[in-house]
Design a protein around this ligand. Structure first.
Ligand SMILES: N[C@@H](CCC(=O)N[C@@H](CS)C(=O)NCC(=O)O)C(=O)O
Length: 317
């Protein structure tokens, strides 16, 4: 199998989720640090439009969204598992809550004016302004909590997590599962990136101890790589044939009346409106795969989870 290449940046919470999963599975990976705001020409050359972080590249296969990347890494390295059989349903449901409701409460709390001043403290004012404009353009239909409301919600969520980790070392038992990685990264952002606001974690010491156990997992073995070389890797590789790639299923599930082979777009339901356009190669229970051509990358397959993404016929198709 070609190398695992993670396109990410140090301060990104969802990237921290993936770095820790790579560490948990003791995988070796190549690290490409990407810009936190647009423009992202190299990322978008690979994805065809999707600009969120992180993205996993394996040769000429590009996997978008950490939900799907977790499935891919589970396939690559099944042990230790992210989805223990008795927690298969609840771990995914909990992870979905953590990646959305908990994440946005943490962001709104952590990036209130005091937190923002810390994060952008040493940078010229234009940097904070450009970041704010970039994220505003991504917002779409996300409800942005006001700091007071975010604080109340975040505090309650931390207490709920504390109740779970007071019972056992990890959320659902003696080992971490996908739910732990999803719940950890929003809290990591507060603790590590915005320490001036991390006092909110002090009310629930069990959460801090669980976070220490999560942090101790580490990031696996990584080598620095750069985006130009990652594009060369994509160009030199052939995408893996559908059904033989790193995804868990291949049976066509037609919920849209859109035939395989159609020209389509896939867009995130919320946050990040940039569509990826290509030819629909797979629409399974769990994912969509689009084939794209780009002079810089050659033919690539771009994969998205089905949940949280909108499939449409491309204009004029
Ligand atoms: N559902 C996505 C969310 C990813 C996400 O929102 N990532 C943030 C960074 S942590 C992002 O993309 N911010 C804008 C950017 O990096 O361009 C996933 O699980 O990967």
């Amino acid at each position: 199998m070609p190398d695992l290449i993670l396109h990410h940046y140090p301060r990104s919470p969802f990237s921290e989720k993936m770095r820790l999963v790579l560490g948990y599975k003791k995988l070796a990976w190549k690290s490409v640090v990407v810009p936190a705001i647009m423009p992202k020409p190299d990322v978008q050359a690979l994805t065809g439009g999707y600009r969120k972080t992180p993205v996993l590249q394996v040769g000429a296969d590009i996997y978008c969204d950490t939900t799907l990347i977790c499935d891919v890494l589970e396939h690559v390295q099944p042990e230790p598992t992210l989805y223990p059989p008795h927690l298969k349903g609840v771990s995914r449901v909990f992870a979905q809550w953590a990646d959305t409701t908990l994440f946005w409460a943490s962001m709104a709390y952590s990036l209130q004016p005091k937190g923002r001043a810390h994060v952008f403290g040493k940078a010229p004012p234009e940097v904070a302004e450009a970041f704010g404009e970039d994220r505003k353009a991504m917002t779409g239909n996300i409800v942005r909590l006001r700091p007071g409301d975010a604080t109340s919600a975040y505090r309650s969520y931390l207490r709920r997590i504390a109740h779970m980790v007071e019972e056992h070392d990890f959320l659902f038992g003696i080992d971490p599962c996908v739910a732990d990685f999803a719940a950890y990264h929003p809290l990591w952002y507060t603790r590590v990136q915005v320490p001036v606001l991390a006092d909110i974690l002090g009310a629930t010491p069990a959460v801090g101890e669980w976070m220490d156990r999560m942090a101790a997992i580490g990031h696996g073995t990584l080598d620095k790589f750069n985006s130009a070389d990652a594009i060369t890797v994509a160009k030199a590789a052939e995408p893996m044939p559908a059904g033989q790639n790193l995804l868990i299923d291949s049976a066509f599930q037609d919920d849209h009346g859109i035939a395989l082979g159609s020209r389509v777009t896939v867009t995130a339901e919320s946050f990040g409106p940039e569509p990826t356009e290509g030819v629909l190669l797979a629409a399974t229970r769990t994912h969509y795969t689009l084939q794209r051509e780009n002079p810089r990358t050659g033919t690539v397959h771009v994969h998205f989870p089905r949940i949280g993404y909108v499939l449409r016929k491309a204009q004029g198709a």
